[in-house]
Design a binder for this molecule. Structure first.
Ligand SMILES: Nc1ncnc2c1ncn2[C@@H]1O[C@H](COP(=O)(O)OP(=O)(O)OP(=O)(O)O)[C@@H](O)[C@H]1O
Length: 637
């Protein structure tokens, strides 16, 4: 028998059987030139035959081997459970290994997980939390295995949550052979510069197996589930599949993918998030249903009913907008009624900085205390706009759209003190029953597309890469807009300030506060009257407008990406002309092809503007030509 890994094997055995293991150092025998050290293993007080060696280490290994031999040779049969004696190396205990592999199903998932970590040299870290619901508190646990964060599951007790979380890791790892690495990109591979960076990054990422997760959940809860194809479209070379998940007759939001598997994986992800919301709120009414509008209805109902509950005066407060408060403080005070008493922001996150504030609230950069990851949390007043934003974001999953994770409500307040650069809880004397939503999103770079444009405009002479980068950015924005439109939404406020960059440089459309449905029903049409959005990017049509308002804004953004506008004065001078398809003369000379595309986007009549899908195809073709031209000029130089 090889002795090299006996110490580890014995340690694993002790761990698995919850025995206390230690080694006794019994000194040495023989003359100095030929000394032999002696050690023996003691398992739960039971001593095993001594091991001898030229070094203490060797003696320990021998002692471990002797103990294993004893255990195997039934000297201590009573205490040995061969199935639980899981040998992982090629020791003489192969018999047990075979037996183990044939019949092994862990009875104690925690032990299995620890052993898995030891064998694979991975750190195993439980992340435990308590989440409060209106009626009860549940214990949650997730595991971080090496770099991989596994999803959290709940239990009645801490122990149960931990074991369930370990079981989930076991299930996911066991089924990982069938798991696929999902590429969430919907962006053309022809995209330039920024995208190649992005693709290499994506290759490094391993996506969570949401199909496995939902399978596990359904098995655990005895639910029936199936994936339904909603539709498929696009040419055979670039198909799009739309799938939704149905669990116990309940439909979850549909998701898109370039393959059936990808669409199913995305559908599973949306369902998983919805299921988590459900557990979080302990209320079935908050499950996402087919359309986000239904989801919003149930959320509204839930909020409306909470208004009738007695108000906790100590928890009430006021919202102080940064513009109206003292320069020192961006005040943010949240209050909710008694029945929704959560303090998740303070308990789960460390606020790092205030990233900015809009008309409706603040966005904080935060660090999840246990996961040690950074997120953006937007805290907004509960109004039509914020409800709409949450509802839409939860319906969208696309590489070029700021990723939404979850939302919740709270009854405590927060102030960002600029002087000390910290966030503190506060209460107010004001009893106004205002309600606020906390929206957890992916953290993006603080540099918006507006900043990118300003930086380019400040350069002189112009960066030769500006045209190429502008095309890549335009392609990515259009990719996101195509997806938004395919999901029957209109963004309505596309502008460089609302377009962010992900941490790897990919473009992310954000701020869905003005989003609306692009349905043809009367109520949706009624809503689409009157001005919405930012005036300078607003399409000329005022009534019964549709998704083509986003296309108009895209035309202006693409122009701004390309064309250097050196001063505010110059902008004022040319802007109205640009809106009417009149570009500076040099523009059409320098960018003839883009000139033609942008002209079509800025058509006065919405019907004459292309659909986002057509525009995307056009930009992809243009990118190919542009690349080819660039390659030729590179070679000839
Ligand atoms: N996910 C995010 N990651 C990083 N920064 C963000 C994120 N979301 C928003 N921000 C930044 O936070 C600031 C406030 O954003 P928010 O969407 O609340 O308001 P706004 O777009 O400036 O205004 P309004 O909501 O009134 O249109 C912006 O400067 C924005 O760039």
């Amino acid at each position: 028998m090889e002795t090299s890994s006996c110490v580890v094997e014995l340690q694993l055995y002790a761990h698995r059987t919850r025995c206390e293991l230690h080694y006794e150092d019994l000194g040495s025998v023989g003359p100095d030139v030929d000394k032999r050290f002696i050690q023996r293993a003691v398992l739960d007080g039971k001593v095993y035959p001594v091991g001898r060696g030229r070094t203490k280490k060797e003696a320990k290994r021998e002692a471990a081997k002797n103990a294993i031999m004893c255990l195997l040779e039934n000297e201590h049969q009573d205490s040995v459970d061969p199935v639980r004696f899981y040998c992982s190396s090629s020791l003489d205990c192969r018999y047990l290994k075979v037996k183990h592999q044939a019949s092994f199903t862990p009875t104690n998932y925690m032990c299995w997980l620890n052993e898995y970590g030891l064998k694979n040299k991975l750190n195993i870290r439980p992340v435990e939390s308590t989440r409060l619901g209106p009626n009860n508190a549940t214990k949650w646990c997730s595991f971080v295995v090496g770099e991989e964060v596994y999803p959290a599951v709940s239990g009645k007790t801490k122990k149960e949550a931990k074991n369930e979380a370990a079981k989930l890791v076991y299930d996911m790892i066991s089924s990982s052979k069938t798991a696929e690495t999902t590429d969430y990109s919907h962006t053309s591979t022809q995209n330039l510069g920024l995208n190649s960076q992005l693709h290499s990054n994506k290759r490094r990422q391993r996506a969570t197996n949401f199909i496995g997760l939902v399978d596990h959940y359904c098995r655990r809860t005895n639910c029936y589930h199936s994936y339904i194809e909603v539709r498929r479209c696009g040419p055979p070379t670039n198909p799009q599949f739309f799938y939704k998940l149905v669990i116990n007759n309940k439909e979850y939001p549909e998701a898109e993918g370039k393959t059936v598997k990808e669409a199913e994986q995305n559908a599973a992800q949306l369902a998983w998030y919805a299921l988590q919301e459900q557990s979080d709120w302990d209320s079935k009414s908050l499950i996402l249903t087919k359309h986000s509008c239904l989801f919003l209805c149930s959320l509204r109902e839930s909020l409306a009913s909470s208004q009738s509950m007695p108000t906790d005066t100590s928890g009430s407060g006021v919202f102080t907008d940064s513009s109206s408060s003292s320069k020192e403080t961006i005040g943010f005070i949240v209050c909710l009624n008694n029945n929704v008493k959560l303090h998740r922001f303070a308990s789960d996150f460390d606020p790092m900085e205030c990233l900015g504030s809009g008309a409706f609230g603040c966005v904080f950069k935060v660090r999840h205390k246990l996961l040690e990851r950074f997120y953006a949390v937007k805290i907004v007043r509960r109004e039509e706009k914020s409800l709409r934003e949450v509802g839409t974001l939860s319906d969208l999953l696309h590489l070029n759209i700021v990723r939404y994770y979850t939302f919740w409500m709270e009854d405590s307040g927060y102030q960002w003190d600029i002087s000390s650069n910290s966030c503190s809880s506060s209460q107010s004397a004001d009893n106004s029953p205002a309600k606020y939503l906390y929206i957890q999103m992916e953290l993006c770079d603080t540099k918006t597309l507006k900043v990118w444009i300003d930086e380019k405009n400040a350069e002189s002479p112009q960066d030769s890469k500006r045209r190429e980068e502008s095309l890549s950015i335009a392609q990515q924005i259009v990719s996101g807009v195509e997806y938004i439109h395919a999901k029957k939404h209109i963004h309505r406020d596309l502008k460089p300030d609302n377009i962010l960059f992900g941490m790897e440089g990919e473009v992310k459309i954000g701020d869905f506060g003005l989003v609306t449905r692009d349905d043809d029903d009367d109520s949706a049409l009624m809503e689409r009257t009157g001005q919405r959005g930012t005036t300078s990017y607003m399409a000329p049509e005022q009534k019964n407008y549709d998704r083509k308002v986003d296309i108009f804004a895209l035309g202006l953004i693409y122009f701004e990406l390309l064309w250097r506008i050196a001063t505010g004065h110059e902008r004022v001078e040319i802007w109205d002309d640009v809106r009417s398809q009149k570009f500076p003369e040099e523009f059409s000379v320098a960018f003839p092809h883009e000139n033609q595309i942008i002209t079509s986007l800025l058509c006065e009549s919405p019907e004459d503007r292309p659909e986002a899908s057509k525009l995307k195809a056009e930009l992809d073709t243009w990118a190919q030509t542009f690349n080819a031209q660039n390659n030729v000029s590179d070679v000839s130089m």
